[in-house]
Design a protein around this ligand. Structure first.
Ligand code: SF4
Length: 66
């Protein structure tokens, strides 16, 4: 079964959570409706997923789920 946990793009962090490294990190634009209390996050981040999730770009890392 394909999951983030056996995808070559997944980087484990802790407790079954990890980062998807399929693409480069992205920053988040400010919320247009609340720009004063929610400043732009200019630092790039990878999307976080849990081990059991998956997406259509899954690429098997050659291992079973840990
Ligand atoms: S299955 Fe998709 S979301 Fe999960 S690590 Fe792989 S590419 Fe990223």
């Amino acid at each position: 079964m394909k999951t983030c946990g056996n995808c070559k793009f997944w980087e484990p962090i802790r407790n079954g959570n990890g980062e998807c490294r399929r693409r480069s990190p992205t920053s988040q634009p400010p919320d247009r409706h609340d720009s004063e209390s929610a400043p732009a996050d200019l630092a790039g981040h990878w999307p976080q997923t849990t081990q059991g999730k998956w997406c259509g770009e899954h690429s098997w890392n050659g291992e079973d789920n840990p």
